[in-house]
Design a protein around this ligand. Structure first.
Ligand code: AMP
Length: 400
């Protein structure tokens, strides 16, 4: 689903574009329409699913398009840690860059001057406050924070907040808010304590569950950090090293499927392709040949990553990094089906490192790095904190 389909405000769309978001993630697809419709939400979603934008985008859209009081606190996002507060504030800065929405992050620690700056912003009113519970209570106790215009309350990583003993603080903070407001609760897990919190705070919530599948343990995963030009030679090298039964290679675009499949055929591998430009009949024939082991190597786009049941695949190679973690799990899940062992390699170029980090975050573990054989020369430097590649914009910058 494209973001334009949510009917977002133009300035917000500029922010989404600048952030490089192209299509909505599953949690965004599920919660954004309900938030726009004014519903309370309880969502089971982990970090890495795009949950931050899932609540920020519709709330910012509503603040822009619906009447609200200026110089008042309209939205409060309560989070367990200072790191999460900073991360959300940064995402918000990016998304809301072209709008006039104001925000501040308020968290523990820091100097007295930081507290004074927070105090000033809170007292004069700011559209969105992102805070840790303890720090917010300190400010509320001083009497200058007015929450009587608050419309949106968001609790992020609520299970962690409860683990850290913040239940009473959260309830206390909400006691300063109007009863009439929209509440959104996000939590990675849903223990009983979360249900209790939800019962005290939410009204008739829509429940959303983004279950993140984990790859089966018997899949041996590996990542090769390579330059784009090293990918095709490396794939041919790997395919020659061992007698694999069936090999499935995923590419993100139809063009790379065509090019790679032709290249493998020229190198006399038993390879063919499946992508949406091919006639249905041809696709079915190729798939049948692959299932019957007449064809050993199949190069395909993501049309083959979900649902299709092909057994006995020994090796899956991601020729390029899949769009998101769910696609990764679906792709590599094509191997090691029915309890057999399988291998899944991913080729990651310099500009794909950022996306791959997001996938590893979702998996919760780093994927073991495989050495690129010496004859291919050195690969690119691996940056564990790689940043999103800068997107070229046809600049229509607007002043804030
Ligand atoms: P989160 O789960 O909110 O921590 O988000 C994980 C990462 O995904 C962050 O780096 C976001 O900027 C990014 N992200 C969120 N939504 C999208 C999207 N629709 N497309 C691409 N990346 C996204």
């Amino acid at each position: 689903m494209n973001f334009i389909d949510f009917g977002f405000d133009d300035d917000l769309m500029d922010g989404i574009d600048a952030m490089g978001y192209e299509t909505a993630t599953p949690v965004q697809e599920q919660v954004i329409p309900s938030i726009i419709a004014g519903k309370d939400i309880i969502a089971a979603a982990q970090t890495g699913t795009g949950k931050t934008a899932a609540f920020l985008l519709p709330v910012i859209h509503k603040l822009i398009t619906q009447p609200h009081e200026g110089h008042k606190i309209n939205c409060m996002i309560i989070v367990p840690t200072r790191e999460l507060a900073v991360q959300i504030a940064q995402t918000l800065d990016g998304i809301a860059y072209f709008t006039s929405i104001s925000s501040i992050a308020v968290y523990g620690g820091g100097s007295g001057s930081l507290f004074a700056a927070e105090r000033k912003a809170l007292a004069s009113g700011v559209d969105i406050v992102i805070c840790t519970p303890g720090r917010m209570i300190s400010h509320l106790n001083m009497g200058y924070v007015k929450l009587d215009s608050l419309k949106y309350l968001i609790l992020d990583e609520a299970d962690r907040m409860l683990d850290m003993g913040f239940f009473e603080d959260i309830i206390k903070i909400t006691s300063y808010m109007p009863k009439q407001r929209q509440n959104l609760l996000f939590s990675a897990t849903m223990p009983t304590a979360i249900r209790k919190l939800a019962n005290s705070i939410l009204t008739d919530p829509v429940e959303v569950n983004i279950a993140i599948s984990k790859p089966p343990e018997q899949i041996a995963q590996g990542v090769f950090y390579v330059y784009d030009a090293q990918k095709a030679p490396l794939i041919k090298y790997i395919l020659k090293q061992k007698e694999f039964g069936s090999v499935l290679i995923f590419c993100s675009s139809k063009i790379s499927v065509k090019q790679l499949s032709e290249e493998l055929k020229r190198a006399k591998f038993s390879a063919d392709q499946i992508q949406s430009d091919l006639e249905q009949e041809k696709r079915e024939q190729v798939l049948l040949d692959f299932k019957n082991h007449k064809l050993k190597i199949l190069v395909a786009t993501d049309i083959l990553s979900r649902g299709i049941d092909i057994e006995d695949i020994d090796l899956v190679i991601n020729y390029d990094v899949p769009h998101d973690g769910e696609d990764y799990i679906h792709r590599i899940g094509r191997t090691a089906r029915a309890a057999t062992k399988g291998t899944a390699y991913t080729f990651v170029s310099e500009k794909e490192q950022f996306n791959f980090r997001k996938i590893e975050k979702l998996l919760g573990i780093p994927v073991p790095v495989q050495a690129v054989p010496e004859q291919f020369g050195a690969g690119p430097e691996v940056n564990v904190n790689s940043e999103r590649p800068k997107k070229k914009r046809n600049n229509k910058f607007k002043k804030k």
